[in-house]
Each structure stands twice: as C-alpha cells, then as structure tokens.
Design a binder for this molecule. Structure first.
Ligand SMILES: Cc1cc2nc3c(=O)[nH]c(=O)nc-3n(C[C@H](O)[C@H](O)[C@H](O)COP(=O)(O)OP(=O)(O)OC[C@H]3O[C@@H](n4cnc5c(N)ncnc54)[C@H](O)[C@@H]3O)c2cc1C
Length: 390
C-alpha cells in the first residue's frame, strides 16, 4: 500500500499570488533534475507536486547504473543487474550487457535528488492548467513576463515555468488523453521475490503488441506488462505472468507512458520528461531520458537566471536540443512497430544471432549513447546544452 504523506485539510494553506523565479511543476525524475540543475544559482525555485516527494512510485525503477552514478544517486540502488534475458514462446537468450541496469528505491532516489536541489522550495498542490496572467497574456506582453498556473491551492506564477508533470502535458494548450493519444500503458505488481537478470518476454499471449518484464530488486520482484496499443488491457496479462513466475499479484501500480516525441516548448513553457515524450518507444525507458533532458533544460534556465540570455533564447535552444534527438526516437518507434509484427520463430532466431558478445556490446552501447551519462558529468555552470549526447 502506498503510504500517504501528502498534506491535507488545514495544512494546505493558500498559495494564491505566490511567485518564484522558476516554477517546476512535477517532482519526479524530470522535475527534480531540473531543480537540481538550478542549485547554487540563488534563484527562487518553487517545485510543486500533488504528492509529497517520493510518495508515489510510477515505474519498475530500473535505470542504467552509470546514470545513477553520474547523478550521485548510487545510495538508492537495491540491486545491480548485469544481464538481460529475452524470452519468446520458442526460446530464450541471455545477454551480458556492456553496462549494467540497477533497480533502485524510488523514495530514496527522490530524497537524494531533492537533497541536491539547494534552497528550492516544495509545496504539494495539484496543477490544473495554465491561465492568463493578470494584466494580459504573460507569454506575449514582455519577453520575460510571468506565466500563471492555476493549482488547487491558488494561482502561482513565474517567468520560467517547467511542465514535468508526466504524460498528461497539463500546461499545454491541448493535453493528452488515452486511448487516442500516442501512449502505451503499463501495469506491474511488486511481490516478494528475486532473481539475477532483467527478464523481458515478447509473447503475444501476454501482450499482442508489447512486452512483459521482471526486474529483481533485492527481495522484491517487479513483474509487469506493457502494451504499445493503449486499447489493450494489461491487468489480466500481468496476473498471468505473475502466476507463471509463481509470484502473488500484489502491490499493483500502473500508468501510461508516451512513445512519441512532442515539442519540448510551447507558448513560453518548458516541457521535460514524459510531458515532452522523452520516453523511448520500444523499451518504454523514460527515467534516464528524464534525467538527460532535465539537465539540458536546467542548464538553459540557469543561463536565464544568471542573466546570460533571455527566456526566448533558452526556449529556442532547449527546443532545438530536444528536436535534434528526433531521429533516435523515430528509430525506436519504427522498431516498436516492427518487432511485435515479426513471426515469433524469426524473432527467436534474431535474438540468438545477436547473442554474440561483440554484437551485444555494439547494440547496447549504441542504445546508451542516445542519452549518455557523460552528459551529466559536465560542470553545471559551464555546461552547454546545445550539443548532443556524447
Ligand atoms: C509500469 C511502468 C513501469 C516503468 N518502468 C520503467 C523503468 O523501469 N525504467 C524506466 O526508465 N522507465 C520506466 N517507465 C517509464 C517511466 O516511469 C517514465 O518515463 C518516467 O516516470 C517519466 O518521468 P517524469 O518525471 O517525466 O514523469 P513522472 O515520473 O510521471 O512524474 C510526474 C510527476 O508529476 C506529478 N503530477 C502529475 N500530474 C500532476 C498534477 N496535475 N499536479 C501536480 N502534480 C502532478 C506526479 O505526481 C509525478 O510526481 C515505466 C512506466 C510504467 C508505466
């Protein structure tokens, strides 16, 4: 059961009229990374989320170990996972990756990220929509005019506003609604269990177009099913897989996740993480990319805060940076369409062919390069988010 820590009733005082230099909406992977990047600038950074930081885990919480290390988040690792198993109804292969995954503790990871956010303030509030700032349209009046955001605790404003609220893209003119939006759906259970490998099943009896997984996390097993087709249900298949693995279907959690890149800026607002579609199609991996694009966005905001550039230039640079990654996201989407359509026996043979270590190293090396942890290593104030990944 999720432990509810979010303030209620009298503790929820009004925030109406509150302003900040930077307003970060969403306090998960993307939002906290943006706030972290602004530490030490002296900017008044206000972070909002409908839940307390770390209260609601939204994923299987597996990320490349080098990314967790680069972000100083090693303390949240529950289990390092060097190998992946791929299973079809006709066979299995096991790959030793050139880098490892790590399953981490969400609450602890968020705590560690928040500890790196310097003097940023945090409030629990549900963000409802962007609204017109008092005295006209904030985005168009003066170059850096405040943008107003309506929450369930009143209207909050800032000249720099980040939407890191996940797939709904709440601060956009048109928010996303399944099942018509380009979204996948995932559900998992978290029974006690274990294992050594991150196992992936491509099996039409579990997901017609999608995949299933098991992530060991030191005494816990995160077992789930993702469907690229948002109309296909995943609860029955998740329970089937848990049964196959002889694990009880307990502690459910699920969500939608995007499989197509979206514009990373819109009408003066910066979008980061799932809100910008920064989640790879095919693998549904969106934590590392939330870090990566969160850093890129934070670095541009930092320059505005430091007086080096205006908001419009930061929007232009960050938007262009995100768009430059479109080919990799498109390639992943093409594979997402192709792989489930392959005859299962052919797919099994392909997995076997790819099992040569040189090929595993090359393909997984390429995959990590698409959002490489070296990007996190640069000194924050000197770094330029205008390049692409290492
Ligand atoms: C079942 C499942 C398993 C997954 N497993 C993995 C995995 O192992 N590895 C991986 O890399 N990716 C995984 N993903 C994808 C990954 O979870 C997302 O890509 C990632 O969480 C995106 O991070 P984010 O910070 O952009 O958004 P989110 O993590 O969704 O965070 C959004 C934040 O905004 C808050 N919020 C939302 N709406 C509002 C509102 N109106 N007002 C205030 N606050 C609000 C939420 O409370 C949350 O804190 C998985 C997805 C699913 C569904």
């Amino acid at each position: 059961m999720t432990r509810r820590a979010t303030k209620r009733g009298e503790e929820r005082t009004s925030l109406d009229g509150t302003s900040a230099d930077v307003l970060v909406c969403g306090a998960s992977f993307a939002g906290l990374t943006v706030a972290r990047e602004l530490a030490g600038t002296g900017a008044d950074v206000l972070v909002l989320d409908r839940y307390e930081i770390g209260e609601r885990q939204t994923s299987a919480c597996a990320a490349p170990t080098p990314w967790l290390e680069a972000m100083g988040l090693e303390g949240s690792i529950r289990q390092e996972i060097p190998c992946m198993g791929f299973h079809t109804p006709h066979g299995s292969v096991r790959y030793r990756l050139p880098w490892s995954w790590s399953a981490f503790d969400y609450r602890e990871l968020c705590r560690l990220l928040w500890a790196q956010c310097g003097g940023a303030r945090f409030e629990t509030a549900k963000v409802n929509a962007r609204v017109e700032a008092t005295g006209g349209d904030g985005a168009n009046e003066t170059p850096d005019a405040p943008i107003a955001v309506a929450t369930d605790r009143g209207v909050v404003s800032a000249p720099l506003v980040v939407d890191a609220l996940g797939w709904r893209r709440v601060l956009a003119a048109r928010s996303y609604q399944p099942p018509d939006a380009p979204l996948s759906r995932g559900l998992e259970v978290h029974p006690p269990g274990g294992g050594e490998d991150l196992d992936v099943w491509i099996d039409r009896s579990l997901a017609r177009r999608g995949f299933a997984w098991s992530v060991p996390a030191d005494g816990e097993q995160r077992v789930g099913v993702g469907s690229y087709e948002p109309r296909d249900h995943v609860k029955g298949p998740t329970e089937d897989l848990a049964e196959r693995l002889e694990r009880p279907a307990v502690r459910y959690q699920g969500n939608w996740f995007p499989h197509r890149l979206r514009p990373a800026t819109e009408a003066g607002v910066f979008f980061v993480g799932d809100s910008a579609g920064h989640c790879f199609a095919l693998s549904g991996e969106g934590i590392r990319t939330a870090f990566y694009f969160g850093i890129a966005c934070g670095r541009q905001l930092r320059r505005v805060v430091d007086g080096e550039m205006a908001r419009a230039e930061a929007l232009e640079r960050y938007g262009a940076f995100s768009a430059r990654h479109a080919p990799a996201f498109r390639r992943a989407l093409r594979l997402q369409r192709l792989i489930p359509a392959l005859p299962p026996r052919l797919l099994t043979r392909l997995f076997a062919l790819l099992a040569r270590q040189a090929l595993v190293d090359r393909s997984f090396g390429w995959y990590l390069d698409q959002a490489h942890p070296a990007f996190a290593a640069g000194p924050r104030q000197a770094a330029d988010a205008h390049g692409t990944a290492a």
